[in-house]
Design a protein around this ligand. Structure first.
Ligand SMILES: Cc1cc2nc3c(=O)[nH]c(=O)nc-3n(C[C@H](O)[C@H](O)[C@H](O)COP(=O)(O)OP(=O)(O)OC[C@H]3O[C@@H](n4cnc5c(N)ncnc54)[C@H](O)[C@@H]3O)c2cc1C
Length: 390
């Protein structure tokens, strides 16, 4: 394996299939993603040419056995996400959205007709999807959403807007959550439908190699066939987020490994005061902390993966995984940036790119603090999401 960190021989705990998936994705990322991704980040563009290649590696809908999915374990899928994010959080975000936020809800809440229509194309990378939950005024509290759909004759009329939607501008199909008289339901809105537009959000300093968009719905008319029949209530989009957060918890490890290994190499060759900076105790302490934190994060991810494979992973396990591992990766990126000195702010090295990306990863799919509240409620039995007015 190239550019890998495995201090306590975690590979020994993997199945042959998982080792194979890890090796293949690692090779793809080292050969096809890492050499080009810095340029795409600087240009603020997503590398589209990778989509078909990712699909041919079975990266989309990887845990599904049907509709062309590779049918691999959740742990193997996690390892895929880890390797993708070693390349870039934007590339991993693309795969997370396609699999966890588009293929998963269509498979779980869609009709058989909708599954047949959309899943094979999404899994083969011929179609791109996006997931619209967040609104400008409702991020951590999506249940307050204003986007709504009302029935008029045999059509649904969709109005409202979504904000910060990954892949929105390039998506062929958007999974959109809207309030209806019967509560929150999920709709499948196709590119080109009258009244639907998806302008790109510019000026991002983070996740620049990923497309982020607004979705705007102005009296979009949807036939009944575009409503996912088994979607009912906020718990449905939250279930999708649990899937995506699981992949993020693994992905962050890849970004952390790339930062750690870059800092380690740099520290051995950078000479100050006549010594490589790796010879200084303060630098060694940083490297020791990084390796320790990566190792702990790998073990957490592996055990949550094993639980998920047995159907025993709870949303709180996944909150802890996302919260801990993203925070770990962001701290390692910041320390690695420091070890690189002035070069730490240069896009000639991957560290500042990972660091800026991880600032978004910390915020999306439930912020770091919102996951503390989810865990806090689980630990104490007392929800603390709303401010007390008494
Ligand atoms: C690059 C990018 C891509 C994204 N992609 C998608 C996507 O594909 N689909 C999608 O639907 N959304 C997407 N999002 C949106 C993302 O999920 C939201 O940004 C996130 O949920 C946070 O919402 P917010 O930005 O409105 O922050 P806010 O909810 O306004 O939070 C601001 C601050 O307040 C804190 N806060 C909020 N509520 C509480 C509370 N009760 N107690 C304590 N602190 C609190 C938060 O922790 C945070 O620090 C994306 C975001 C980014 C940046």
């Amino acid at each position: 394996m190239n550019h890998y960190v495995d201090f306590v021989n975690i590979e020994e705990l993997l199945t042959d299939e998982e080792k194979m998936v890890l090796g293949t994705t690692n090779e793809f990322v080292m050969e096809r993603v890492k050499p080009i991704i810095g340029d795409y980040y600087e240009k603020g563009e997503f590398p589209f040419q990778l989509v078909k290649e990712m699909a041919s590696l079975g990266l989309f809908g990887a845990t599904l056995n049907e509709y062309g999915g590779a049918g691999i374990s959740n742990t193997a899928y996690g390892l895929m996400m880890q390797e993708l994010e070693r390349g870039d959080s934007g590339v991993r975000s693309f795969a997370s959205v396609q699999s966890a936020l588009v293929i998963y809800p269509i498979y779980t809440f869609g009709s058989e007709e909708q599954r047949q229509k959309y899943l094979p194309g999404l899994i083969q990378g011929e179609k791109i999807g996006c997931f619209g939950l967040t609104e400008a005024d409702f991020g951590s509290n999506p249940g307050g959403m204003k986007t709504n759909a009302v029935k008029k004759g045999d059509r649904w009329i969709l109005n409202g807007s979504k904000m910060w939607i990954t892949n929105g501008t390039i998506a062929d199909v958007a999974v959109v959550w809207a309030k209806t008289p019967d509560g929150i339901r999920g709709f499948l809105v196709e590119k080109g439908m009258k009244g639907f537009s998806a302008p790109e959000i510019k000026h991002k300093a983070s996740l620049r190699a990923s497309i982020t968009s607004e979705l705007v719905f102005e009296d979009v008319e949807l036939p009944e066939s575009q409503l996912m029949p088994n979607s009912q209530g906020l718990k449905c989009p939250l279930k999708c987020l649990t899937q995506a957060r699981y992949g993020i918890g693994w992905g962050a490890i890849g970004a952390a490994m790339d930062c750690y290994l870059t800092a380690l190499d740099y520290s051995k060759t950078r000479i100050q005061f006549d010594s490589p900076i790796a010879a200084f105790q303060l630098v060694q302490q940083k490297l020791a902390d990084m390796l320790t934190e990566i190792t702990k994060a790998q073990l957490l991810a592996l055990q949550v993966g094993r639980l998920k494979d047995k159907g025993k992973a709870e949303y709180v396990h996944i909150s802890m995984l996302k919260r801990n591992n993203v925070y770990m990766a962001l701290n390692i990126a910041r320390e690695a940036r420091d070890i690189l000195g002035a070069n730490g702010i240069s896009l000639e090295y991957p560290v500042i790119r990972h660091m800026c990306n991880l600032e978004s990863v910390k915020t999306y799919e439930g912020t770091h603090d919102v996951h503390a509240l989810i865990l806090g409620e689980h630990i104490t039995g007392i929800p603390a999401f709303r401010a007390r007015n008494d």
